[in-house]
Unconditional design. Structure first.
Length: 175
């Protein structure tokens, strides 16, 4: 397998890849006692997450990071989700960023965010936003800050029968 990271557009057949990446990331988080972000159950066993993966795979905003022929990360860009404050200008929104933890340390997430910034610039947009889990020790928020994002709004997703999900919106201005 080559070590060259490439990014390719996603396609409808990539929904299982999204679920595999989410399952791996969830297991990695759970093993570290960090189940607040995505819970403890595999996405591939959740009908809502399966439908979401299918929607992402067919919606035109999916991009996969590839090492050789192996998908090692997924990025979905499009419109902001309904639970975050609306932007005050046109933007591109990162709806999903997930990487294969077996390839940690290869800057896959950073490369996918750079690709999102390239897409935004190609569309004439000067704003890239993302939201992430803001609970636990805030490590994920700090990771996005290291990628050039700045904290903007906080929000909470209320989930019946489960703990509320604390979120942070971050923005990056594009030159």
């Amino acid at each position: 397998m080559t070590d060259t990271l490439t990014v390719r557009p996603g396609e409808p057949a990539d929904a299982p890849t999204i679920l595999r990446l989410l399952d791996g990331a969830t297991a990695w988080l759970v093993a570290r006692g960090r189940s607040g972000q995505w819970g403890t159950e595999p996405a591939s066993a959740d009908p809502r997450r399966i439908a979401q993966a299918q929607e992402w795979a067919t919606g035109g905003g999916l991009w996969l990071a590839m090492l050789g022929d192996r998908p090692v990360g997924a990025l979905v860009v499009g419109a902001a989700t309904e639970y975050v404050p609306a932007a005050t200008e046109p933007e591109l929104y990162v709806n999903l960023l997930v990487t294969d933890r077996a390839y940690a340390g290869r800057a896959i997430g950073g490369r996918l965010l750079a690709h999102a910034a390239e897409l935004a610039r190609e569309r004439g947009l000067g704003l890239l936003r993302v939201d992430c889990y803001a609970g636990a020790d805030g490590a994920l928020v700090r990771w996005y800050e290291r990628q050039g994002f700045t904290r903007t709004d906080t929000f909470t997703v209320r989930r019946p029968g489960r703990e509320p999900w604390p979120g942070q919106v971050l923005a990056r201005r594009l030159p």
